[in-house]
Design a protein around this ligand. Structure first.
Ligand code: NAD
Length: 264
């Protein structure tokens, strides 16, 4: 059991990466606080964890709201007595997020509020709880687009993920001597609801696939295993990283079939 006796809070736990991670963490012995705004999905994750003999509660919280973030951390401490792992994972990719000229200010603000401020608020309320439990691990979901420009424009999303990565580094440095580790998880393109509803035609999917050396989208489970490592004591000397799990996309500017030039 790699997370025995640990308490983990996971935002966006009703779907995709968050859901797979919640199931995996619970199977490795963690008590899990599943946070989402989609109550049906969040509660389903909890039911599935319990059906497998694990321990979990669901908390409705919108990560863009300070009072909700404060309440989700309080719920973890009230129910399970402490917090050891904070996975700031909830995020959106809005279909109207485009280039700088065409993206509405409202889309920019919404994306920043959830993807970037949501991580800040999770840390704002989560760090004191981690300190109270003697330290812990924070994992912030960024993206490969924090490191690599994508030709399919999503200006607000990309900027928000760059912010998550920069903020993660600073948090890691500030809290290193408090036994609080902070790492960014940078997934490549995944076959989850978030990306598949954005790349909503076969043409768009193929356009991205051609740039992935492995030639396929990643699975949420493959990110969950990386999160498990960062959450566990196995990564005790790892902080401030941009942990890439991306099928090789950031390593390549040419794929084996010779497609070249155009960025993903
Ligand atoms: P997903 O859409 O499957 O799951 C996201 C979950 O977050 C959903 O359950 C949703 O209800 C929840 N959520 C949305 N807004 C919220 C809010 N304000 N408060 C609380 N919960 C909220 O997406 P996913 O692919 O699992 O993405 C998870 C994270 O991974 C996101 O931060 C995303 O940007 C990032 N990411 C995804 C990919 C990819 O290709 N799918 C790649 C890189 C990074």
């Amino acid at each position: 059991m790699r997370l025995k006796d640990k308490v983990a809070l996971i935002t966006g736990g009703g779907s995709g990466i968050g859901r797979e991670t919640a199931l995996l963490f619970a199977s490795e012995g963690a008590a899990v606080v599943v946070v989402d705004i989609n109550d049906a999905n969040g509660e389903q994750t909890v039911l599935d964890i319990r059906a497998n003999g694990g321990e979990a509660i669901y908390v409705h919280a919108d990560v863009s709201k300070a009072s909700d973030c404060e309440a989700m951390v309080r719920a973890a401490e009230e129910k399970f007595g402490k917090l050891n792992v904070l996975f700031n994972n909830a995020g959106i990719m809005h279909h109207a997020d485009d280039n700088a000229e065409t993206t509405d200010e409202a889309i920019w603000d919404l994306t920043m509020a959830i993807n970037l401020k949501g991580v800040f608020l999770g840390c704002k309320y989560g760090i004191p709880a981690l300190r109270r439990s003697g330290g812990g691990s924070i994992i912030n979901t960024a993206s490969f687009v924090a490191l690599l420009g994508a030709a399919t424009p999503q200006i607000a999303y990309t900027a928000s993920k760059g912010g998550v990565l920069a903020m993660t580094r600073e948090l890691a440095v500030i809290h290193a001597r408090e036994n609080i580790r902070v790492n960014a998880l940078c997934p490549g393109p995944l076959r989850t609801e978030l990306l598949m509803s954005y790349l909503n035609t076969e043409e768009k999917r193929q356009r991205r696939l051609v740039h992935i050396p492995m030639g396929r989208f990643g699975e949420a489970k493959e990110i969950a295993y990386a999160a498990l490592y960062l959450a566990s004591d196995e990564s005790s000397y790892v902080t401030g990283t941009e942990f890439l799990v991306d099928g090789g996309i950031t390593a390549a500017n040419e794929t084996r079939n010779g497609e070249r030039g155009e960025i993903p």
